[in-house]
Write a new protein. Structure first.
Length: 155
């Protein structure tokens, strides 16, 4: 059975770190000092458990007034069972409930199709982070119209 838990940055993050360590540090060779950062303290985290074992995680935070998702990870043996979708959709709902019109992510290039399936669209040029090629992507609140914030045109 799946269970979801929300954590503040000041809570014990060891279940989230456990998943992130397996996925990013062991599987993707990201240096641990890059994997754990100061953003963790200001972020809100989600952990998905199967039979009380942490198997998926992700975080959401605000930077320069913009909402960002990040550190989305599912243990290899639990992938392709829509756990990642549950993580991302839960984080998006949280951001939209808090009033975000748009939510951004620095997505690893090789998983951009996963993010497209949950509503993200790519923008800008690819760039490198922690030695891995990334692309910026954004998801928009379902009822948000770009024109909501566009300056009125003068005739
Ligand atoms: C990316 C990741 C979180 C996806 O988690 P997951 O639980 O396997 O994803 P889901 O099962 O919810 O997949 C949802 C859909 O996206 C597709 N998908 C999943 N991973 C994909 C990938 N790497 N490339 C393309 N499509 C992918 C699935 O096939 C599924 O398609 P469907 O709806 O047609 O069946 C997981 O593969 C992972 O942890 N990868 C390593 C860490 C990583 O790269 N994180 C992203 C950092 S930006």
């Amino acid at each position: 059975m799946l269970r979801v838990k929300w954590l503040k940055g000041t809570d014990d993050l060891s279940d989230a770190y456990n998943v992130r360590f397996q996925v990013f540090v062991k599987e993707q060779n990201v240096p641990i000092q890059l994997e754990m950062d100061d953003t963790d303290k200001i972020a809100q985290h989600i952990v998905v458990y199967r039979n009380n074992k942490p198997i998926g995680t992700g975080r959401i935070f605000v930077q320069d007034g913009k909402y960002y998702l990040g550190r989305i990870a599912v243990l290899r043996e639990y992938r392709e069972q829509h756990v990642g979708t549950l993580v991302v959709k839960s984080l998006l709902k949280e951001a939209f409930d808090k009033g975000a019109d748009e939510v951004h992510i620095h997505a690893q290039i090789q998983v951009q199709d996963f993010y497209k399936k949950v509503g993200f669209v790519p923008y800008g040029k690819p760039f490198y982070e922690a030695g891995i090629e990334h692309i910026s992507m954004a998801a928009y609140r379902p009822d948000f119209k770009i024109t909501d914030t566009a300056p009125s045109s003068e005739t």
